[in-house]
Design a protein around this ligand. Structure first.
Ligand code: ATP
Ligand code: MG
Length: 395
């Protein structure tokens, strides 16, 4: 099963791209599920299903065309199904701090639950084999980053906090239940957490496997949008996911004339060049602004043909290499960068704001640095095979 994850800033066109991709995949014969991971679901709207009662109704996959299903994860229902003991305990805990029932229940929905539910589904579908491709329509960037980091966070939590908590509570339960104003979590709480964890087991490897999971960043040719796209790129790379395409949506087509749009067109051309130099060698796809909203199967199909080309399969694996990695080895921070060909003498390195700039002949690569490295300077570089290893140190 292939997993295609579409992420980007709010409003750039993620849902339209994800839905259109689904239409093209299904038309090429793949059993495709487009799943919305965004709590503010708009997938059904994109397919123009207004007449059908779909929103939150069941949260199950709904067939919208031959071999094409869509699913909007229904968080309330998921919680009832998987998290009764956990949310029950948290609600009770919040209630003792003076919150009303409804408020306590609302607060017990901690951030990340939506994403966690989606990950469970992805894992389940991977095991059941009922779909060939799962397309994920993500919430705006911050949430989709949480989505990919969740398995790591949970893994850490399970290893370090959970086993400790469990032992501790076992030991103190006999005394604490008599004196504590708050009940300790019941045993079911621990069992529930363990079951939950079991449901997403292995998903981190799946997300990091470039043969399975590809991230596509959707952006507009605007400076502010680009900045966020760059941050997302750094973050996905940091988490070991492979970005294999950048989609620039809503480009003003050539037939738009007039002074008012001339400025916009000029700005888009400039930002587009910046996008190309920043993300190279990742392929950039361009989609024009259409004369109307992209709603319904037919327009989504047209959108997909413009984006991918007629008959081109969007699930083909095109890139399996992450362009760079960040590592810490023996206390030294490194940026590792695959270079196609080179000798050390030709490489130029410098820092610009929070980016590391690598120059190699006419090629220039901007590498956004993660927060942990943003205050550092390149201190030296060497080649290992075709890998350039840049050492970063605090200046
Ligand atoms: N290239 C385009 N031409 C014309 N309209 C477009 C284009 N791309 C997207 N739209 C329209 O823009 C609106 C927003 O798009 P969409 O919902 O896909 O964005 P999104 O990134 O998913 O937003 P959100 O962050 O709110 O989830 C929709 O009405 C969609 O039909
Ligand atoms: Mg959306």
């Amino acid at each position: 099963m292939r997993i295609l994850l579409y992420s980007g800033k709010g409003g750039v066109g993620k849902t339209s791209v994800a839905a259109a991709t689904g239409v093209q995949l299904a038309s090429l014969g793949h059993r495709t599920l487009v799943m919305s991971v965004d709590p503010a679901h708009s997938l059904a709207d994109s397919f123009d299903l207004g007449g059908k009662l779909f929103h939150g109704a069941t949260g199950e996959p709904l067939e919208v065309a031959p071999r094409l299903w869509i699913q909007e994860v229904n968080i309330q229902r998921e919680i009832k199904r998987h998290w009764n003991a956990i949310s029950g305990y948290i609600t009770a805990l919040l209630r003792t701090s003076g919150l009303g029932d409804v408020e306590a229940e609302e607060m017990a929905l901690f951030p990340g639950m939506e994403e966690l539910s989606a990950l469970m589904y992805v894992n389940q579908y991977r095991k059941s084999g009922q779909f060939d491709v799962v397309v994920l329509d993500c919430a705006p960037t911050a949430e989709s980053l949480r989505f990919v980091s969740l398995p790591t966070t949970l893994d850490w939590y399970m290893k370090h906090v959970f086993s400790f908590e469990r032992k501790l509570f076992k030991a103190i339960r006999p005394i604490a239940n008599r004196v504590s104003p708050v009940d300790l979590p019941p045993e079911a709480y621990f069992q529930n957490i363990q079951d939950l964890f079991g449901k997403i087991e292995g998903i981190d490897q799946v997300l990091e496997d470039a043969e399975v999971t590809s991230v596509r960043l959707v952006t507009n040719a605007e400076k502010m949008v680009l900045r966020e796209t760059q941050r997302a790129f750094v973050y996905f790379s940091l988490h070991g996911l492979t970005v294999d395409q950048v989609i620039v949506n809503r480009l003003f087509p050539g037939e738009i004339h007039g002074e008012f749009f001339a400025g916009w067109r000029e700005m888009q051309t400039k930002v587009l060049a910046e996008i190309e130099s920043y993300f190279s060698p990742i392929p950039i796809s361009r989609v024009p602004l259409f004369p109307r909203e992209v709603l319904g199967l037919e327009r989504l199909g047209e959108f997909a043909r413009t984006l991918y080309g007629e008959g081109v399969d969007p699930s083909t694996v095109t890139r399996t290499e992450r362009p760079y990695q960040f590592v810490r080895e023996d206390g030294v921070y490194q940026v590792r960068l695959k270079l196609p060909f080179t000798e050390k003498g030709e490489i130029g390195l410098f820092k610009k704001d929070d980016e590391l700039v690598v120059e190699l002949g006419a090629i220039r690569r901007h590498i956004g640095l993660p927060t942990s490295m943003s205050a550092m300077e390149p201190a030296g570089a060497h080649m290992e095979g075709n890998m350039l290893i840049v050492e970063m140190r605090t200046s």
